[in-house]
Write a protein that binds this ligand. Sequence first.
Ligand SMILES: *[C@@H]1O[C@H](CO)[C@@H](O)[C@H](O)[C@H]1NC(C)=O
Ligand SMILES: *[C@@H]1O[C@H](CO)[C@@H](O)[C@H](O)[C@H]1NC(C)=O
Ligand SMILES: *[C@@H]1O[C@H](CO)[C@@H](O)[C@H](O)[C@H]1NC(C)=O
Ligand SMILES: *[C@@H]1O[C@H](CO)[C@@H](O)[C@H](O)[C@H]1NC(C)=O
Ligand SMILES: *[C@@H]1O[C@H](CO)[C@@H](O)[C@H](O)[C@H]1NC(C)=O
Ligand SMILES: *[C@@H]1O[C@H](CO)[C@@H](O)[C@H](O)[C@H]1NC(C)=O
Ligand SMILES: *[C@@H]1O[C@H](CO)[C@@H](O)[C@H](O)[C@H]1NC(C)=O
Ligand SMILES: *[C@@H]1O[C@H](CO)[C@@H](O)[C@H](O)[C@H]1NC(C)=O
Ligand SMILES: *[C@@H]1O[C@H](CO)[C@@H](O)[C@H](O)[C@H]1NC(C)=O
Ligand SMILES: *[C@@H]1O[C@H](CO)[C@@H](O)[C@H](O)[C@H]1NC(C)=O
Ligand SMILES: *[C@@H]1O[C@H](CO)[C@@H](O)[C@H](O)[C@H]1NC(C)=O
Ligand SMILES: *[C@@H]1O[C@H](CO)[C@@H](O)[C@H](O)[C@H]1NC(C)=O
Length: 838
Amino acid sequence: MACGGTFSMQNLVACLVVCLSCIQTGGASGCKEVERAALLAVKAKINDSYNLLSSWEGRDCCSWRGVGCDHTTGHVVKLNLSNRCSTDETLRGEIDPSLLLLTNLSYLDLSCNAFFGFPVLDLIGSFPSLEYLNLSSACLGGPIPPQQPNWMEQSLKNLSSVDLQYSGFGGLRNDEFSSTVTSTPARELCNLKYLDLSGLGLGGDIVDLIAKFRCSWNELQVLHLSDNQLRGNLSTWLAQMTNLTSLNLRNNSIAGKVPKWIGNLSNLTFLALSYNCFDGVISEAHFVDLVRLDTLFLSLNSLTMSVSSDWVPPFQLTSFAAHSCQLGPKFPEWLQSQTRIEYLGLANTSIADALPSWFWNLSISELDLSSNRISGKLPSSFRTLPLIYVNLRSNRFEGQIPPPPPRIQALDLSENYFSGPFPQTLDTPNLRFLLLSQNLITGSIPSYICELSSLEYLDLSNNHLSGKLPDCRWKSQLDYLDLSSNNLSGEIPGSFGSQNSLESLHLNNNSLDGEFPTSLQHCSNLVFLDLGENKFTGRVPTWIGESLRHLVYLRLRSNSFIGYVPPELAQLRNLQVLDLARNNLTGSIPNSFGNFSAMLSTHTAQTIRVVLFYRPKCQGLDYTNDLAVVIKGQVLEYSSNLNLVKVMDLSGNSLSGKIPGEIGVLQELQSLNLSSNHLQGRIPRRIGDMRSLESLDLSYNELSGDIPQSLSGLTYLSHLNVSYNNLSGRIPRGNQFDTLDDPSIYIGNAYLCGDQTNKNCPEDGNNLSETKEDDNESEFIWIWFGICLGFVAGFWGLWCVLLFQRAWRIAYFETIDQVSEWLFITAVRRIARLSRTK
Ligand SMILES: *[C@@H]1O[C@H](CO)[C@@H](O)[C@H](O)[C@H]1NC(C)=O
Ligand SMILES: *[C@@H]1O[C@H](CO)[C@@H](O)[C@H](O)[C@H]1NC(C)=O
Ligand SMILES: *[C@@H]1O[C@H](CO)[C@@H](O)[C@H](O)[C@H]1NC(C)=O
Ligand SMILES: *[C@@H]1O[C@H](CO)[C@@H](O)[C@H](O)[C@H]1NC(C)=O
Ligand SMILES: *[C@@H]1O[C@H](CO)[C@@H](O)[C@H](O)[C@H]1NC(C)=O
Ligand SMILES: *[C@@H]1O[C@H](CO)[C@@H](O)[C@H](O)[C@H]1NC(C)=O
Ligand SMILES: *[C@@H]1O[C@H](CO)[C@@H](O)[C@H](O)[C@H]1NC(C)=O
Ligand SMILES: *[C@@H]1O[C@H](CO)[C@@H](O)[C@H](O)[C@H]1NC(C)=O
Ligand SMILES: *[C@@H]1O[C@H](CO)[C@@H](O)[C@H](O)[C@H]1NC(C)=O
Ligand SMILES: *[C@@H]1O[C@H](CO)[C@@H](O)[C@H](O)[C@H]1NC(C)=O
Ligand SMILES: *[C@@H]1O[C@H](CO)[C@@H](O)[C@H](O)[C@H]1NC(C)=O
Ligand SMILES: *[C@@H]1O[C@H](CO)[C@@H](O)[C@H](O)[C@H]1NC(C)=O
């Protein structure tokens, strides 16, 4: 060490100091044994799966990671177990009470970890010298010690920084935490410079919370109370905080006007009032002395910002958001002076104006002007701008789309009037989200799309795109591809098979042709597949059931598919929407269709990932109408619809045979449409078991027999259509049938009769005895069936055949399946009757 080498007076003194402190701390370790043992006890309880505490070994605990000692006393005075919140590499587990042995601790940072199981608030009271405590996002919990109702008062006396944001007190102990904070006067907190109580579930009036601290507050520089449920308004409590530099009240329920004197808080650099209930007008006066203001977030209040067109603000903002506030109809001219602005969020601000020419001179990198009525064109210099995130969705922009800036990651120009072909080049290696839907874009999809190596989400739907799909090797791994409602033609190229990350593929409403693309066999992550309204031909492949295991939504509607309906489709356990309508499918409905798990249980698609979104850099601060929300919204729309909707539509084909009774088990199916086929036989009684059915369309088939009384128990059934069949007999009455009385839903069945039609049933009056007779007959058959079963092992055959000849004569059975179905129903009826008589 420094003692070697040339001799000098300074070196001697330095050596003496070092040696003295060695002696004082009791040896070469430089660390008190009791504190070392305490730290090891703490380490022992922690699950350190990322080896963050690997340096915690050996004698000198002062040199361990995150541990700091006082040079003169050798006591541990600093413990920093923090991890950057951006990584998953956290410490987990309990905090051992031995921590309390570090009595000289003045700095304790446990932020961004996952600790639990310790009454953490003890921590606060146990370190008399504590000056800095950071439990932000530490997932701490544990009860507030009842014996220490004044913990706040006792423990924060000397603290200058308290950062408890998202520390987990907001979990189970919400109420106690709030009541402790609000019932305990914390008189001695007047040195506080930094107070962060975000996300702790604090309720009540903000005035009461502030009043508990009984300070003049003029030392306080940072007050963060975001993500709580505080009420009240900005009254004089705020006016005292003259040294405030950062005020974050985002996401509370604070109401009233924003007082003009907020403009006196001349040190303010950060002001977030978004997601509250403020109303009234914000004017120049509110900013009069805010010369240092850098960030202003006002979104989602009922605020109107009204300043004169020649106002020159005293500040230079870098971030400004006022989503859903009233700023228009004129575009705010004062923004012209904000030459340092990087983030501008003005979604849904009632601006109905042309975008001023100076606008693109600003240095914005993240821009959201969505949901306004802003008109204009993108500048020819677009490519040279520093933009990373652009959302102009739902405006009146027009003209051609120029090549976007190379750094761009997300571009949403949907719902505008952009026209012309795609830009000539798209040299944007970081582009992840490209959304151009609902414009007037023409021409073909350029093959450079495949070169966009970061692309995850591509929506070109509802344009005038024509030509073939690009046949090129995709460099990206798309999650979402929507090319629907264009004029695209040709076959789906085999290269689509390389997109095995694809979860949503929407190609509907184009003029695509060819057979069902075998390349999709590799897209095993598909959840949504819509090939509807195209010109696809050939058979529906059986491998769909095998290979596309995650499908929730399969729509092949309005194509020219032929052949039978593959029974293997029923292997799709998550399938909730099956739409094969308006094709040329033949054969019968597979019996396996009773096996669709998602349609027979309340199970809904858990597999839908809602992770498709872009997070701009100011995470969660004031991005409301951003892509995250838009995309999330779409996916959520799907998934929430999907949570609601379970549908099977096989209508408009040439399906024949009978309706399999097995589908009766699909108790969660809400809509069943089998109309316009050639289905024959009776309507299975078991359809009456489909208790969630809201819509049942069996019209335009060749069904015969009567309408089963069992349908009257379908209490949600609001839409029934059995018109144009060969049904006969009396239309049931009672329960649900009392509401299904529109005659048109029964029309075209010559032998249907009853109140709902104009035809009286011929045997009106002796209906009851007929049913009874039928029941007697049933019972007779049932008993004999039992006897037959008994004989099966022995001489199955003649007896039963003879017997069932009689049965067939009675009920016009065609297959053994029908016999068993009929017997099943009979058995149920019998049991029902028996239980009634008991
Ligand atoms: C430690 O954490 C890892 C990852 O969270 C987990 O797999 C492991 O089971 C944990 N070990 C203990 C002893 O809790
Ligand atoms: C605390 O530790 C973390 C992680 O090692 C480090 O990033 C941070 O700078 C430390 N803080 C202080 C004040 O030393
Ligand atoms: C440091 O710890 C020692 C031993 O626990 C104690 O006597 C002393 O008062 C503490 N000093 C401070 C400043 O807390
Ligand atoms: C607060 O700090 C002062 C000096 O900074 C010290 O004298 C006093 O003892 C401390 N109070 C407590 C309760 O530790
Ligand atoms: C507390 O820790 C978090 C996460 O490490 C950090 O972002 C925050 O600035 C810290 N608070 C204070 C007051 O230093
Ligand atoms: C601002 O804080 C300083 C100490 O940091 C204090 O001396 C001064 O009085 C405060 N200013 C006002 C206007 O209260
Ligand atoms: C508002 O805060 C609550 C917790 O109080 C949180 O659950 C919610 O996600 C926050 N909302 C927004 C928009 O940040
Ligand atoms: C503002 O900050 C400066 C130092 O940055 C300080 O001197 C002044 O007291 C603070 N308070 C007010 C009210 O200006
Ligand atoms: C805040 O509320 C109090 C009473 O609830 C009212 O007297 C005061 O005028 C309100 N202040 C503002 C700025 O709205
Ligand atoms: C704000 O400042 C103005 C003058 O700049 C003064 O007249 C007014 O009283 C101040 N308001 C408060 C609440 O301090
Ligand atoms: C747009 O702003 C208005 C208030 O100006 C609000 O009522 C509406 O909900 C907002 N729309 C969206 C989609 O946020
Ligand atoms: C259905 O197939 C038949 C023959 O198989 C053919 O005549 C008819 O045109 C096809 N209909 C459609 C809509 O493709």
